[in-house]
Design a protein around this ligand. Structure first.
Ligand code: PEP
Ligand code: MG
Length: 902
């Protein structure tokens, strides 16, 4: 930047010198003002001071050399164009000084209007406006107010109070009732306030006003609210803002003047037509301040047909030029229309799809561009039911939006009670401090899950996302008291049976029932809305864009599903197989007892008996899943969690034993369980006896699962089905582990498929960093790799996935160590590098090695793009995220400039 700070470096651009592609340099507003100027639209003349000038100012604390001279030149040119001079006592030129960064930061930075007014030129302005003293003094008091507040940090309320005092002295609530004398008096009062706070008189030199206002806009880039906004929106902190100096036009010169905003289509629904608001006899900030009510834009046709028609013509022109929805600010000064701003307008998720579809129909863009203009986050939003929050609902707590959607229901505190009430047809919200695998039935029965602890990858969050169920986790303002069946929040007590509403997108929690609307987009994916035969612009647009994405993408999309029902739903959503069937839930519920028998087995016979009892149950599970996914690959992962997770908690067992002993009951079994829990206790269970280690330590466990999988596949094949089983070994870190499991599995496969041939692949998860780094060796024993990016992130960063998000990620986000949790979106540089190394070295060792990913990142839009770049074959994600992954996989092709078609 220092190098740019030379006298002849260009820091100021006339509107006629820029264009819409110079947003980096001129900011969004400046670039678009230039574009409109060049299109011949009526833009008040002006110039833009570049973001580079701002950057230089922010680094050095002073205006760069040469800037002052360039401002002078452009100001003179502006004065010539307008035939007026800044500060001229007879006929003053007035300018506005407006911020305008590359990315829109609405209301975050500063604007000063009416620069150039002083005690003398206020008289000239009145004459200019047809001896309109009221207007002139009102303009002057607005300048002192804005300048004082923005440039000199005078507390805004002081001006507001003075204005209120003037109105009450007049016995009115309406600004318009203040006459010229009142406003002249107000100017005096404002000047006193200015003097009191700054120790100096309000500056009378227009050029000084201008320079100070420009400097204030530069500095507003680092105002606290702007810094916060940037952090939230992930806008880089070093961009700086441009400053636009524009000749003032006035919408407050009488009934033939006014100001308004317009959209070329409805930004809420995307519907075609003219949308906007108009306010006669007013300036822009009056609209924002809501001082008077606006009228719908089409009223302007009645008020001023000529300007209305002209505006419509410009709007059509802009839309065609930008090939997108534009929003516009305009002012009419005594019957003359001026265009003050345009930009490609923000829109809702629904409007994004609808508009993209319409623009294709109109031939303005092609389907690739339409695909580029929507995104997975928007699609995800459209897939969840929403609250109708038009009512006055205030949240009582805010946690982490862990699984999106909107749910209302009666509060319950236990899984059993959730099941009971749901069976009676009640909607329930399961409230826990945190959930564990035992809560599964309650989670299935509940409409939503609310926890006071845990982050986005806590048990509650992961399981809820998998089910497409609304979940708010880590709402730590909530004190949950399970035994007392109540929670307290914000001084209120909520008992079992009271109704609450939770929003899994925003993380907000409400007391009472907020009405909910179902999603049409889900109905479409479910097959209950036929896009060809319904009159629903959104569904048709989604269908069209999804079809295009499917045609474009190279990545296949599978799902993570553990049950036939999930598999069936995911298939309707477009899943092309199962990338991860976790088998742990197959050991829960009634089967827990068999797991206890397995753990407590004294000798091989008892152990084998327990496994033999589990075998048919698991086989039946797999038959159901293979049937639902017939013809598509199903990756079944052998059991992963530590076995003690299937036993009751230590404290509970200790209490049971003590109570039973007290009563003189037979406690042999409880004592044995207690001893087992104590024996199996681990300080770091996530790094303990789990995954492949279980298979190597507990004889027969993996063998039973392999047999169940292969027997189920054979059974399906014998009935004419086409099962495609893939057996996946978790937590492998060394090829020897995999080889041992493989040797045993191959024997079973060989034996079982003798009756009926079925091809069974054997592969591994890559979720331990060592596995990624020795992928070349591991590929020798694996027909496929599936990246377990949850554990790979956990072990790559050394972050406990159940604890850290709630515990300290806020600080890491605040410090910018990362912009988003690495559990949510893949850390490309670190964990992503492990994925890249493993993919490359795995494929080098075994060409044709199938590569997929089944961690939570498989459904994250940005991560999907990364996995496309790395060249994986598929991503696998929860059923609800399958459409998002399909869309993003298509976008990844379009955005990498490819025309890959499958
Ligand atoms: C993973 O670690 O990314 C994974 C998919 O396995 P789990 O979440 O079951 O540990
Ligand atoms: Mg894992």
């Amino acid at each position: 930047m220092a190098a740019q700070e030379t006298v002849d470096h260009k820091y100021v651009y006339d509107f006629s010198e820029g264009n819409k592609d110079l947003k980096d340099l001129l900011g969004g507003k400046g670039a678009n003002l230039a574009e409109m100027t060049n299109l011949g639209l009526p833009v008040p003349p002006g110039f833009t001071i570049t973001t580079e000038a701002c950057q230089a100012y922010l680094v050095t604390g002073r205006e760069p050399d040469g800037l002052a001279g360039q401002i002078e030149e452009h100001l003179e040119a502006l004065e010539r164009a307008m035939g007026k001079r800044l500060g001229d006592p007879q006929d003053p030129l007035l300018v506005s000084v407006r911020s305008g960064a590359k990315f829109s930061m609405p209301g975050m930075m500063e604007t000063v209007l009416n620069v150039g007014l002083n005690d003398e030129s206020v008289v000239g302005l009145s004459a200019q406006a047809g001896q309109n003293d009221r207007f002139a003094w009102d303009s002057y008091r607005r300048l002192i107010q804005m300048f004082g507040k923005t440039v000199c940090e005078v507390p805004g309320e002081e001006f507001e109070h003075a204005l209120d005092d003037a109105k009450s002295a007049k016995g009115t609530h309406n600004d318009l009732d203040l006459d010229a004398d009142d406003l002249r008096g107000l100017v005096d009062a404002y000047k006193k306030i200015f003097l009191k706070h700054t120790g100096r008189e309000f500056p009378q030199q227009p050029r000084e006003q201008l320079d100070l206002a420009i400097r204030a806009v530069f500095e507003s880039w680092n105002a606290e609210r702007a810094v916060l906004y940037r952090r939230q929106e992930r806008i880089p902190a070093d961009l700086g803002t441009a400053v636009n100096v524009v000749s003032m036009v006035f919408g407050n010169l009488g009934p033939d003047s006014g100001t308004g905003v317009a959209f070329t289509r409805d930004p809420a629904s995307g519907a075609q037509g003219i949308y906007g608001d108009y306010l006669a006899n007013a300036q822009g900030e009056d609209v924002v301040a809501g001082i008077r009510n606006t009228v719908p834009l089409n009223e302007l046709e009645r008020l001023d047909k000529k300007s209305y028609d002209e505006l419509l013509g410009y709007m059509a022109r802009l839309e065609e030029h930008y090939r997108d929805l534009c929003d516009i600010e305009f002012t009419i000064e005594r019957g003359k229309l001026w265009m003050l701003q345009t930009r490609v307008g923000k829109r809702t998720a629904a409007a994004a799809f609808v508009i993209a579809g319409q623009l294709v129909d109109e031939g303005l863009i092609d389907l690739d561009e339409a695909l580029h203009r929507v995104n997975g986050a928007q699609l995800a939003q459209l897939m969840f039911p929403r609250f109708q929050l038009d009512h006055e609902f205030q949240p009582v707590a805010k946690g982490i939006g862990a699984s999106p959607g909107a749910a209302s229901g009666k509060v319950v505190f236990t899984s059993a009670r959730a099941v009971e009430l749901a069976a009676e047809g009640e909607s329930v919200i399961l409230v826990r401090r945190e959930t564990n695998p035992d809560d599964l039935n309650g989670m299935i029965a509940a409409k939503g899950i609310l926890t006071s602890r845990g982050g986005k990858t806590s048990h509650a969050a992961v399981v809820a996302r998998g089910m497409g169920k609304t979940c708010v986790s880590g709402a730590d303002e909530i004190e949950v008291n399970v035994p007392a069946k109540r929670f307290t929040v914000a001084g209120q007590t909520v008992n079992e049976g009271d109704v609450v509403s939770i929003d899994g997108t925003t993380g907000k929690v409400y007391l009472g029932e907020v009405p909910v609307m179902p999603s049409e987009v889900v109905q479409y994916f479910e097959g209950s809305l036929d896009p060809e035969h319904i009159d629903n612009a959104l569904v048709r647009a989604v269908h069209r864009i999804m079809t295009h994405a499917d045609g474009k993408r190279r990545l296949a999309v599978r799902t993570n599903a553990d049950t036939g029902a999930d598999a069936a739903r995911a298939r309707r959503f477009g899943a092309e197989g199962i990338g991860l069937c976790r088998t742990e839930h197959m050991f829960l519920g009634d089967r827990r007892e068999l797991v206890e028998r397995l753990i407590l087995a004294r000798g091989a016979d008892e152990r084998e008996a327990a496994l033999a009892a589990l075998l048919p149950l698991q086989r039946a599970d797999f038959v159901e899943i293979f049937r639902e996914m017939d013809g598509l690959p199903v990756t079944v992962r052998l059991i992963d969690p530590p076995l003690h997770e299937f036993l009751p908690p230590l404290e509970q067992l200790a209490v049971n034993v003590a109570v039973a002993q007290e009563r003189g009951e037979d406690v042999a079994k409880e004592e044995a369980l207690l001893a087992a829990v104590r024996r199996m206790h681990e300080e770091n269970p996530m790094l303990g006896l789990r995954g492949v280690r279980l298979g190597l330590v507990i004889p027969g466990l993996f063998a039973m699962q392999v047999r169940a999988i292969v027997e189920a596949a054979v059974e399906c094949a014998q009935r004419g089905g086409d099962p495609k089983p893939e057996i996946m070994v978790p937590l492998v870190g060394a090829v020897q582990e995999l080889e041992t499991v493989r040797t045993e599995a191959e024997k079973i496969i060989e034996e079982v498929t003798r009756e009926k041939a079925v091809e069974v692949l054997i592969g591994t998860m890559i979720e331990v960093p060592r596995a990624a780094l020795t992928a070349g060796q591991i590929a020798e024993a694996a027909e496929f790799f599936s990246f377990g990016t949850n554990d790979l992130t956990q072990m790559g960063w050394g972050f406990s996935r159940d604890d850290v998000e709630g515990a300290f990620f806020w600080r890491y986000l605040e410090l910018g160590i990362f912009g988003i949790s690495p559990f949510e979106s893949i850390d490309r540089d670190g964990v992503g590098r492990l994925v890249r190394i493993a993919a490359e070295e795995g494929r080098a060792a075994r060409p044709g090695l199938k590569l997929g990913i089944c961690g939570e990142h498989g459904g994250d839009p940005d991560s999907v793009h990364f996995f496309h770049e790395v060249g994986l074959d598929y991503v696998s994600c929860s059923p609800f995220r399958v459409p998002v992954a399909r869309l993003e996989a298509g976008r990844a092709v379009v955005e990498s400039g490819g025309s890959d078609s499958r």
